[in-house]
Design a protein around this ligand. Structure first.
Ligand SMILES: Cc1cc2nc3c(=O)[nH]c(=O)nc-3n(C[C@H](O)[C@H](O)[C@H](O)COP(=O)(O)O)c2cc1C
Length: 141
């Protein structure tokens, strides 16, 4: 939902990062937390778009155990050589985002033009929409 809101505001293409590993159910949840904590990589479906074709890539992830999610860690690790400018957003049940943005910056090897953290509270209150608008203004080139 946050990705779509950003894409609508920017009028940009979107790419869904799709994991081949099943993450459903309680076992999937436990495995996912463990994978994120271990900084493991996974096998992704082939992305449709080439990041090198874009001046700016806005990459989003949920927080998993305080870390960037495993599929997004994998995407950044595999594609970072093709990035031009980047910006990051992160969703979380709580409101701690700094560790995730540090992970993403290290993996991408470049500082983001902007970051956006969206908490569960922001979603419930609808406050995420104004946060998205501010983020989009910050990153527009
Ligand atoms: C494996 C797993 C670990 C999570 N760990 C955290 C966490 O440490 N802190 C937090 O605020 N939210 C945590 N969450 C909540 C997700 O960040 C939240 O569900 C997500 O941002 C919403 O995106 P989604 O709709 O793709 O799940 C976790 C969710 C999963 C599935």
């Amino acid at each position: 939902m946050v990705a779509e809101e950003i894409a609508n505001a920017l009028g940009c293409d979107t790419e869904e990062i799709i994991d081949t590993k099943s993450r459903s159910g309680i076992l999937g949840w436990i495995r996912s937390g463990r994978d994120a904590g271990n900084k493991s990589l996974t096998v992704l479906e082939d992305p449709v778009n080439d990041p090198a074709d874009y001046d700016l890539l806005v990459i989003g992830t949920p927080t998993w155990g305080g870390h960037v999610s495993t599929p997004v860690r994998t995407y950044i690790s595999q594609k970072q050589a093709y990035f031009n400018n980047v910006a990051f957003f992160c969703t979380a049940g709580g409101d701690k985002f700094a560790g995730v943005f540090m992970d993403m910056t290290d993996l991408a090897g470049t500082s983001p033009m902007g970051t956006l953290g969206v908490s569960g509270k922001d979603i419930k209150s609808g406050n995420y929409q104004s946060k998205v608008q501010d983020f989009v203004k910050e990153i527009q080139m």
